[in-house]
Design a protein around this ligand. Structure first.
Ligand code: COA
Length: 536
């Protein structure tokens, strides 16, 4: 414990790094616990029951669907963490990009061990997010369906609004009309919405005696119409394959069904070629794991971005643009995994000059069709008289106009604290980056916890009636819960839970993730950018 009366001895650089790394490894350990829980899915007893029924677990299904050694980039891995009692992170569905027959596909797989694979509000949002990613990158979708449809108690978050269950169908139809292939494998009892999802796919594979599709199960049918019918007649594989014609291929078990799905992917038109050049990969000049020691364990202290870049970019090389101007934002061309990117990396508070530089640089990248990579660690835009008189609001508006209008692929990684309009300008979620991740140490909010507590305390103090007192202790007691609320809100885990980002990346995974994303994005033609009006 620190003795508060004597100043603590300053640590050497090496000691600082060791202390930072120890703190970072704790964050990673906590992340890995959550990932493991997501990977397991439902409770042990439910998984045992599922296996005894002769069926594969969702992760086993995905493993045999993907090519041996394929990467699997999960989208929304920790979505829903802690939101539903007794439900593992992931919200009962696994979504991600992997290779099938050598081509990148979006895999969307219900986990039937989590409340019968039913859809919570977050499950709907995650399914829709995976579809939007697939649609933007024209990836075939393979849906491993095993779902009881809506989780009925959560209907307010499933049924009425855009972005929920109905949007799954809307995207399916939209993708189909755009020629994006969708293959469904019906592996369990798929009821109501769970039946429409495969029905809206191009081709359906169903497993005999295990896969069922019906708009209502046998009990509901009896209650609604009085008709007594067994599940096989109502929606079994043989009935649908030979009588209704709803399904197209029949299999004897999960493994065979997934093998058929792989064959169907192989029959699709060839994967589009890369439309951008790629040079041989060069390792960064510093190992990515050095990032653990570089990120300051005290979130109020800045992390040196230039050091991070050495761990992230091929050869650690950045062809810097306007290095001597607007240095609170670093801009320049670099390669990651051999792919060219235009880097915009935070290096402090955004000033008029840094915003103008960002605008110029984004324009260059759009003209040259170079994807943008935002590395966000920004307290916001500069405030105050000098900044206002220097036109910070119009410079910020230009930056936002350029970033928002740019139609080149955009990727955002929050590496530190991203706050307020700075979070937005560095391609926040509202601007629909192709993908957006946070590091475990990262935070994002309208403002920092101290600033929020101080602002609200100032407002309260201004509104005190004449003669009313407010002691320093009372002010501290007022501020403490606000600070706590902001800290909890801003945490990367909260952003991942709410699906406000696509997930949390270990910094050491960042390069390979971006390499995969850049490859996928390079196979889609880039629409022409038409910038909005720039306020001069
Ligand atoms: N809404 C809410 N909870 C549901 C549910 C639904 N639609 N369907 C299943 N569950 C819950 C069950 O209550 C059970 O919860 P528990 O683990 O807390 O006990 C859990 O999901 C697993 O259900 P269970 O029936 O034990 O598993 P199963 O593997 O034998 O069967 C289904 C799974 C989905 C086939 C079966 O539960 C079913 O037919 N559900 C009804 C589906 C339906 O009618 N949906 C209409 C939606 S509009």
């Amino acid at each position: 414990m620190n003795d508060m009366t004597t100043p603590s001895k300053a640590l050497s650089d090496a000691e600082e790094r060791t202390a930072n790394e120890a703190a970072y490894r704790e964050l990673l350990a906590s992340l890995h616990v959550a990932r493991h829980a997501a990977w397991l899915g439902g409770p042990q007893a439910t998984r045992d029951k599922h296996i005894q029924r002769g069926r594969l677990l969702v992760r086993e299904r995905i493993a045999i669907l993907l090519d041996p050694g394929s990467p699997f980039l999960e989208i929304g891995e920790l979505a829903g963490e802690g939101l539903y009692e007794g439900v593992a992170p992931g919200a009962g569905i696994v979504t991600g990009v992997g290779l099938v027959q050598g081509r990148a596909c979006m895999v969307i797989a219900n986990d039937p061990t989590v409340k019968g694979g039913t859809y919570f509000g977050m499950t709907c949002k995650k399914h829709v997010r995976a579809q939007r990613f697939a649609r933007q990158h024209r990836l075939p979708c393979i849906t491993l369906v095993d779902s009881g449809g809506a989780f009925l108690p959560d209907q307010a978050n499933i049924f009425p609004d855009e972005g929920l269950f109905g949007s799954i169908f809307h995207h399916q139809v939209g993708m189909s009309s755009e020629g994006i292939a969708q293959i469904a494998v019906v592996l369990g009892a798929c009821t109501a919405g769970g039946a429409y999802i495969p029905a809206l796919c191009d081709e359906i594979v169903i497993v005999r005696a295990k896969g069922f599709m019906f708009l209502a199960g046998t009990q509901l049918v009896q209650a609604a119409t009085g008709e007594r019918v067994d599940p096989e007649q109502l929606g079994g594989a043989d009935m649908h394959s030979s009588v209704s014609g709803v399904t197209d291929h029949i299999a004897d078990d999960d493994g065979q069904a997934i093998a058929i799905a792989r064959r169907l992917v192989g029959e699709l038109p060839a994967m589009p070629p890369c439309l951008r050049d790629r040079v041989p990969v060069v390792a960064p000049s510093r190992p990515p794991t050095d990032i653990y020691g570089i990120v300051n364990r005290d979130t109020r202290k800045p992390t040196p971005m230039r050091e991070l870049l050495k761990c992230l970019l091929d050869a650690g090389d950045l062809g810097e643009f306007k290095a001597e101007f607007g240095d609170t934002l670093i801009t320049g061309f670099a390669r990651i995994g051999g792919w060219q990117v235009g880097v915009l990396a935070s290096n402090g508070v955004l000033f008029t000059e840094s915003a103008a530089k960002a605008t110029h640089f984004i324009d260059l990248c759009c003209k040259r069709n170079v994807p943008l990579l935002f590395l966000s660690d920004v307290a916001g835009f500069m405030v105050g008289r000098e900044a206002e008189q220097g036109g910070i609001s119009k410079a910020g508006a230009k930056f936002i106009t350029a970033m928002s209008s740019a139609r080149v692929p955009k990727f955002t990684i929050i590496t530190g604290g991203a706050y307020g309009a700075g979070y937005l300008a560095m391609c926040g979620r509202a601007f629909q980056p192709n993908a957006m991740f946070m590091w475990p140490n990262a935070r994002a909010a309208i403002m920092g916890p101290d600033q929020a507590a101080t602002t609200l305390a100032l407002v309260k103090r201004q509104n005190l009636k004449a003669g009313e007192t407010w002691t320093a202790d009372e002010e501290d007691a007022f501020k403490a819960p606000i600070r706590q609320h902001y800290e909890t809100f801003a945490a990367a885990r909260n952003f991942a839970r709410q699906l406000w980002v696509d997930g949390i990346l270990d910094p050491a995974e960042t390069r390979e993730t971006l390499t995969l994303l850049l490859d996928i994005a390079s196979r889609v033609p880039t629409p022409e950018t038409h910038f909005g009006v720039f306020r001069m």
